[in-house]
Design a protein around this ligand. Sequence first.
Ligand code: SF4
Length: 386
Amino acid sequence: MWLTGRLVPDHKTIADFRKDNGRAIRQVCARFVALCRTLGLFTEACVAIDGSKFKAVNNRDKNFTRAKMERRMAQIEESVARYLHQLDSADRQEPSLAGETKTTRLKEKIAKLKEEMQRLHALEARMLATPDQQISLTDPDARSMATSGRGSGVVGYNVQVAVDTKHHLIVTHEVTNDGSDRAQLAIIACQAKEVLGVDELEAVADRGYYSGEEILACHEAGIAVTLPKPITSGIEAKGRFGKQDFVYLSEEDVYRCPAGEKLSYHYTNEENGLVLRRYWTNACQSCGIKRRCTTGKERRITRWEHEHVLEAVQKRLDKNPQAMRLRRETVEHPFGTLKMRMGATHFLMKRLPKVATEMALHVLAYNLTRVMNIMGIQPLMAAIRA
Ligand code: SF4
């Protein structure tokens, strides 16, 4: 309205404008970030990376995964069996008007459930033909995704952002329908580095992004990431020494174990495309603390050929334990604001490209109001005009 000199377009005109100008809207969002850069708002080459799930225009009941389908079919079969049983009992009763009404009602219910079962079978065939064996009926690109809340999940999109740690401006964002953050770190960090135009960038993320390959890709692109390693091995949970209790001595290419023994290199092999070096010692059999270390003949330690990159990540985290707090405070601001403004239903448009446009518009609005708060409206207007 401001741009068009106080014209008041109706909602259809606005919706069409948004639908027909997706590319331009996304470009304006990127141009505004470039303007922030020329205004010197990105003084620290440091970003926090995070993802959040946003609901799509797709009810949870209209999304089917293999597990959901099986659950729904089992429920229907159970209900049909229950109604058939009730029908048998009704047949054994003395004929009466009430009995007849009940029988008719039960038969109708069974017929409806059978129809639903046929519909599900047809959907199942469509679902199994898709690459990820999942279909969403209202917005076909939306996907069922787990969220951090226990037992909760949404059918929606995963929005990734890189946020500058000083002013909390969104440097770059990406909308995906991949529910996992694990393969997103390098792409979003590299995009942020390019937008900021820096040679070196620091990025903080949470443990959901921990992936050796992604961290290596960032390292090779001049991005120093800081993030904690998830505890996935059950060894520590059982009270035994974890890998972090073994110190790598690079000059000797050995690991020093908690008993002070040196685990030497034995052989290299490849597993899932990763080159892994194996270390162990024969001293384990006579070790006094073996019980706390391994149940096998000896404890073996595996070292990825690029493990030094992961060790550097851990060192950065040890040196800066506040990094995770900084990450949380930085990303909570934009995600909290975006979700509050978008309301409970979140996205209004369907299909990934349109949802990406809608998000670009929200990011633009967030960054615009943020800059107004940082430098004031008049200086911002002057900078836009210049
Ligand atoms: S069991 Fe082996 S690796 Fe473990 S502490 Fe003892 S000597 Fe070291």
